[in-house]
Design a protein around this ligand. Structure first.
Ligand SMILES: [Zn+2]
Ligand SMILES: [Zn+2]
Ligand SMILES: [Zn+2]
Length: 529
């Protein structure tokens, strides 16, 4: 009898921590294939004994049916010397705990529709506000170390109950290897103190916070990547109070809408904008405003930053209050990084808001809400954070060991790992001491998380930027080479990389003034690159 060949398929992209191996398991079983699937340091590897036709069928099904969060950059395959008889079934090879193999971390994902349904049907998860599965829930915000395993996340302190454990270990369950899996019996909970009474019952807290929101109060609540300040977006007095608390004069606030229908009453949307709004990344999308909510939200502006619910409690607030839109702005005083610990939130906001709603799932990596605007039919990121970070960019060149320190005002940094670039979350203005500390701490965390081996530093040409000074300092102390790049040139090069341009280009960079190569002030350059 003719033997099938064994093929090794390598799938690169965002394929780890998003339910990819169970997905492969299911279609391989469905196609009656034998083999295995495992995480590798460059993606996911499938070994499968099959015919060329079925191999192609498998690839096409992977491309069309993959989990909603997964992103496939490339699928390549080779045939191996293995014998078909090496497999008697299709299996998921467990990750080796101590190795460097897993280098991918998924961004945080909005709660999925299946989980929202499970909240109404599963006895141990009725109304549970921290429900999640293999396809949704927190990821980057809770991860401390790789491989992505519960004990390496801030869920490590929560012992799974037998029900959750059963789901976690069942390969065909929606929660197979869902690291943050939890329920009413074993998972994180909200808590708050109000009028000197401490509450931990979710239903009570939901009722209380809904009442406060309806009463025009400003509340603070811990989310996925940090605290939010929240109030009714139609209530002028509440929004004015929020401005007072934030110590922010005119900078616009973001608004979370109950659903797309309510959002479209107040804004005009195009199909791509709608697609971004409903995507699992749940960014804030800048939209053209049609009619006004409270005027204090975005004084004098025609655009409104809008998003949709992404945590169960958001849905619950809208259902309870009937409010069409809530102002949802970062929980910090002007210029400080967004608060992530109950202590920090209390220190910044106690006495100013009606209630501080905490939860006991620690946030390890701070991530603000991301902001984008659709320009020419394409989403353009203005602030790349929750839902996007740390998804890598792929290059065709080896960028291993390169650390780019970023600019000063709207800082992010990036590091190179093989042929991928990992960009940090939005950091902010480094001139603020707390933000600078967030910067150095995040750099440390990225270096640790991605097992980064620093070999070369890159910074802005501007010697006064705090990021440039930090690069100088580290380069001197480690005796490593430092490359200084003109700011506008860096923008052009980044743009080329993002869009895979390898041919000669004319880059027009309109980024205000900056220090030029010749020591003069530049502003608005044409580069031939
Ligand atoms: Zn889910
Ligand atoms: Zn449980
Ligand atoms: Zn710039």
């Amino acid at each position: 009898m003719a033997k099938n060949k064994v093929y090794a398929l390598i799938i690169q992209g965002l394929v780890q921590g998003v339910g990819f191996r169970p997905f492969i398991y299911r279609i391989a079983k469905d196609l009656g294939m034998k083999g295995c699937v495992e995480n590798m340091n460059n993606g996911v590897r499938i070994l499968v004994a099959t015919t060329p036709d079925d191999r192609d069928l498998l690839i096409s099904r992977i491309r069309t049916e993959h989990p909603r969060v997964a992103y496939i950059h490339r699928i390549s395959y080779t045939s191996t010397e293995m014998d078909e008889d090496d497999f008697d079934d299709f299996t998921i090879t467990p990750s080796h705990s101590e190795s460097d193999e897993v280098t991918q971390v998924s961004p945080d994902i909005d709660v999925c529709a299946d989980c929202m349904r499970d909240r109404t049907t599963q006895p141990h998860r009725i109304g549970y506000p921290f429900i999640n599965c293999t396809h949704c829930g927190p990821r980057f915000s809770i991860i401390r170390d790789l491989p992505y395993d519960r004990s390496q996340t801030t869920m490590g302190g929560f012992l799974m109950c037998p029900d959750c454990e059963k789901e976690y270990t069942n390969v065909i369950d929606r929660r197979f290897h869902a690291q943050p899996v939890a329920c009413n019996h074993c998972g994180p909970t909200y808590y708050a103190t109000y009028n000197e009474e401490t509450y931990i019952d979710y239903e009570t807290l939901l009722k209380l916070t809904s009442r406060l929101l309806l009463g025009g109060e400003v509340i603070a609540a811990k989310g996925i990547g940090g605290y939010h300040l929240i109030c009714d977006a139609s209530n002028e007095r509440a929004v004015a109070r929020l401005r007072e608390i934030k110590q922010r004069d005119t900078k616009p606030f973001a608004v979370m809408f109950r659903d797309l229908e309510h959002l479209q009453v107040y804004t005009a949307t195009e199909p791509m904008e709608e697609r971004c709004l409903v995507s699992w990344r749940r960014p804030i999308v800048l939209l053209r405003q049609r009619s006004r909510l409270a005027s204090g939200i975005n004084p004098g502006m025609h655009t409104l930053g809008c998003m949709l619910s992404y945590m169960p409690i958001h849905y619950d607030w809208f259902a309870r209050t009937g409010i069409p839109a809530l102002v949802m702005t970062s929980g910090n005083l002007s210029d400080l990084p967004i608060a992530i610990t109950p202590e920090d939130a209390e220190a910044q906001l106690a006495g100013k808001v009606a209630i501080l709603l905490h939860h006991n799932r620690p946030i390890h990596n701070r991530v603000d809400d991301s902001v984008l605007q659709v320009c020419g039919g394409q989403p353009c990121l203005i602030r790349r954070s929750r839902g996007y970070v740390p998804e890598p960019f792929f290059t065709d060149t080896n960028v291993e060991g390169i650390m780019a320190f970023g600019a000063e005002k709207v800082n992010t940094f990036a590091l190179g790992k093989g042929e991928t670039i990992l960009q940090s979350q939005y950091i902010g203005d480094l001139k603020n001491w707390e933000t600078f500390r967030f910067y150095t701490e995040s750099m440390e965390r990225f270096r640790h998380l991605f097992r980064f081996n620093l070999q070369r530093l890159v910074c802005d040409l501007h010697p006064d930027y705090l990021s440039s000074q930090e690069a100088e300092r580290i380069s001197k102390s480690l005796s490593l080479p430092l490359l200084k790049v003109q700011h506008h040139h860096a923008h052009a090069a980044a743009c080329m990389l993002e869009h895979g341009l390898n041919e000669p280009v004319l880059a027009i960079v309109m980024d205000g003034t900056g220090l030029g190569d010749d020591g003069k002030v530049w502003g608005g350059e044409f580069f031939f690159l």
